[in-house]
Each structure stands twice: as structure tokens, then as C-alpha cells.
Design a protein around this ligand. Structure first.
Ligand code: SF4
Length: 227
């Protein structure tokens, strides 16, 4: 995509949703960090169903440490990979208490040193909790960046590096959310809703879906079938 097209793309995404927010429920940097760790290979909706019970019992690293690994496991057992995630949430809470005075560090290296926290999670926490203009590349952003031609690359890290150059500075704070929401609800994996897409004329994807029939088929593919 050319510079002017990228400007136009983000201007439209901003006009549609001026202040996008994460769909994960959280009330502090710590509960955000835990929610993001729990969201690996799980949906935000699934995480949001489990976290009210978890955070009612423990919404600080101190309380999470006191709840213990078994207590955490019990609260999150509806989420995939809950054994490993309980281990990680317990261990990272203990490190926050012992090394960071119970605070979530505003520092990439310190965040990535926590169990269960990789580059993507650190980017989300830096962006959402601390307002840093980072862009965490998840499966939706990876797909949208490649399909549209915004930042085509073979790995999430390479897409991130290209996005950091391609996205104009004034749009970087919210770029993560705009691209995720666009991928989740419009530029979907199996059938993108191209006829309803607000950046269709800017997008370089060669296999765009066409017409009302394709759009309806795409919408129908999202409706769960009985049984
Ligand atoms: S036109 Fe289609 S492929 Fe391109 S961004 Fe929109 S939904 Fe995705």
C-alpha cells in the first residue's frame, strides 16, 4: 500500500471508531496482564467469562499469590491450557511481589521476563495499560497486514517491524485495536466481508469476496449450527 492509501485507511478506521478499546475485561494493569496471559489461544469472550470470579478472589499480585496455583486453576478451568496458565499467573504474581513491589513494570524487558509473557503480551500491556504506541501482532493483525498489503511479511515480528514504519505516528496508539477489530469482524479468516468493508478500495487483496451473496454467505458461516 502507498503512503497516501495507508493514511486514508487509518483515517477511515478512526472515523468509524475514534477511541477503540480492548474487548478483554480488566480494571488495572495487573488484571489486564493476567487477562492477556489467559487469552493465549482462547477467545476474549471465553476469558471474560472466567475472570470475574478470578478477580473477585484476587485482583492484585499479593492476593493472587495467596490464592495459590490450585486456587487459580480452579477459577480458570473453563479456559484452554488452564494448567500452564495457572502456573504462569501464579509465578508471575510472585515475581511482581518479590521484584517489582507489586506493580506491573512499564518496561518491555521486565515484562518479557515474566512467565507466560512474550513479545505480543508485553506489547498489549504497554499499549493498553500505559499508552505506549506499540503494535502487538496477533493472528488478526497478521492476516489483515498481509492481505491488504499494509505490512506484508512472513512472521509476526517482521509484520510488527513493518507496521511500526508504515503506520503514521498519529495513528500508532490505536492501530493495534483498529486492526484487530477489523480482522475480527470484517476481514475474517475464512470469508472476508469485502462488500461491506470500509477500506475495500484501498485493499490490495486479490481474492476479495464480491456482491451481496458472498457477504451473506460469509455472515452465515459465522452463525453456529445447531447440535
Ligand atoms: S477488502 Fe476484503 S480482504 Fe481487503 S481488508 Fe476489506 S475485508 Fe479484508
Amino acid at each position: 500500500m502507498k503512503r497516501a492509501q495507508i493514511e486514508e485507511m487509518f483515517a477511515r478506521l478512526q472515523a468509524r471508531d475514534p477511541e477503540p478499546k480492548t474487548e478483554l475485561s480488566y480494571s488495572s494493569p495487573f488484571t489486564l496482564l493476567v487477562a492477556v496471559v489467559l487469552s493465549a489461544q482462547a477467545t476474549d469472550a471465553g476469558v471474560n467469562r472466567a475472570t470475574p470470579g478470578l478477580f473477585a478472589a484476587a485482583d492484585t499480585p499479593e492476593k493472587m499469590t495467596a490464592l495459590g496455583e490450585a486456587g487459580i486453576r480452579d477459577k480458570i478451568k473453563t479456559i484452554g491450557l488452564f494448567n500452564t496458565k495457572a502456573k504462569n499467573v501464579f509465578a508471575l504474581s510472585r515475581i511482581l511481589v518479590e521484584t517489582h513491589g507489586g506493580d506491573v513494570p512499564r518496561d518491555r524487558e521486565a515484562l518479557e521476563a515474566l512467565p507466560g509473557v512474550g513479545r505480543k503480551t508485553a506489547n498489549v500491556v504497554l499499549n493498553v495499560a500505559f499508552g505506549e504506541p506499540t503494535i502487538a501482532v496477533d493472528t488478526h493483525i497478521f492476516r489483515v497486514s498481509n492481505r491488504t498489503g499494509l505490512a506484508p511479511a512472513k512472521t509476526p515480528d517482521a509484520v510488527e517491524a513493518k507496521l511500526m514504519k508504515a503506520v503514521p505516528a498519529k495513528y500508532r496508539l490505536y492501530a493495534h485495536h483498529w486492526l484487530i477489530l477489523h480482522g475480527r469482524y470484517t476481514c475474517q479468516a475464512r470469508k472476508p466481508l469485502c462488500p461491506a468493508c470500509i477500506i475495500q478500495d484501498l485493499c490490495g487483496f486479490k481474492e476479495k469476496t464480491k456482491g451481496v451473496g458472498d457477504a451473506l454467505a460469509a455472515i452465515e458461516s459465522l452463525v453456529p449450527t445447531a447440535g
